[in-house]
Design a protein around this ligand. Sequence first.
Ligand SMILES: C[S@@+](CC[C@H](N)C(=O)[O-])C[C@H]1O[C@@H](n2cnc3c(N)ncnc32)[C@H](O)[C@@H]1O
Length: 202
Amino acid sequence: MSENFEDVVRAVYEHGVRHDAGQVDRLRRRRNLEPDAAALLSLICQAMGAVRVLEIGTSNGCSTLWLAQAVHDRNGTVLSVDLDADAQRAATTNLARVGLQQHVELRCADGGQVLKDLPDASQDIVLLDSERPEYAGWRPHPVRVLRTGGLLVIDNVLSHADEVADVRALIDADPQLTTAVSPTGKGQLLAIKRPSPGTPRR
Ligand SMILES: C[S@@+](CC[C@H](N)C(=O)[O-])C[C@H]1O[C@@H](n2cnc3c(N)ncnc32)[C@H](O)[C@@H]1O
């Protein structure tokens, strides 16, 4: 019997906040997406009719829960990647609590490598929420793997503007992308992949 989704995401987030308060090593913190940012991302995901979502940075699965809930009505799948197997074990438990585990593939791997191996235009949404200074070096894959009309989301663009300056400069210079920044949570960059010039409209 599954638990109530709202109760579980709230409990997972609050547990993460308590865990992080007592954890001096930043890399061992949960660092979950804030609830307002996660709720907005879930809403956008549903509005887009997303069925293939890639998340880099699972942690204990708080954002993964929101994404899985967002794709579940369309039988979609979230591929969520993290280097931390312990954190992904916690994510497995949290997803099972709400019965969403069949909508998520948890992969213990390097996000940059997973992006590199994915086919062109294979994802509706790509969420980057891992070690920010790595993102610029992952180019062109976060955009290459998006379908036309797909959405790239980068968290922490307001809280850690210096760490994402390189990737933001690349995104701003990319004629395929239309961007906006949402001030929810710690700030998310939202970038939509436009059709290439000359692509016939349907
Ligand atoms: C900010 S936390 C993710 C929080 C999660 N998205 C949430 O909101 O619940 C960042 C995670 O990225 C993972 N990470 C760091 N570098 C990575 C990499 N190169 N590939 C995959 N995961 C990575 C860390 O182990 C950590 O669990």
